[in-house]
Design a protein around this ligand. Structure first.
Ligand code: FES
Length: 119
């Protein structure tokens, strides 16, 4: 693994219930890069908080990413819907594109996130 890898401790895995999301930040060369983790059906996934239509954050309401029915991640700007488990856009302007996945691992019950290479 590269020595300059940027890693963040997101929090405890058991604090993120199914259907919940939590935002966190990477800092790269003095710039903040937002990301979020979600628990979808008991599985944790994380993505950069950056729509694939226009590269802007997706939560107008802080930390609100899910559609009302909890089926999709939705960008508040133009309504693009992404699958929570894959990050694939299935509706909206960036149809077919994928959110940038943040690799996660668990260490002693804590979620550790690595800044993706293509951030
Ligand atoms: S910026 Fe997200 S759908 Fe347009």
């Amino acid at each position: 693994m590269p020595e300059d890898r940027i890693t963040v401790v997101v929090g405890r895995a058991d604090e993120i219930a199914p259907g919940a999301t939590k935002k966190f930040l990477f800092v790269q060369r003095g710039q903040e890069i937002e990301a979020f983790v979600l628990n979808h059906g008991g599985e944790l996934h994380a993505y950069l908080n950056r729509c694939r239509h226009v590269p802007m954050t997706m939560d107008w309401v802080e930390n609100q990413f899910y559609t009302e029915d909890g089926e999709y991640i939705q960008c508040a700007t133009h309504g693009a819907c992404y699958k929570p488990d894959t990050g694939e856009c299935v509706e909206g302007p960036p149809f077919g594109k994928f959110l940038i996945r943040v690799p996660l691992r668990l260490e002693n019950g804590e979620i550790i996130a690595d800044l993706p290479a293509d951030a």
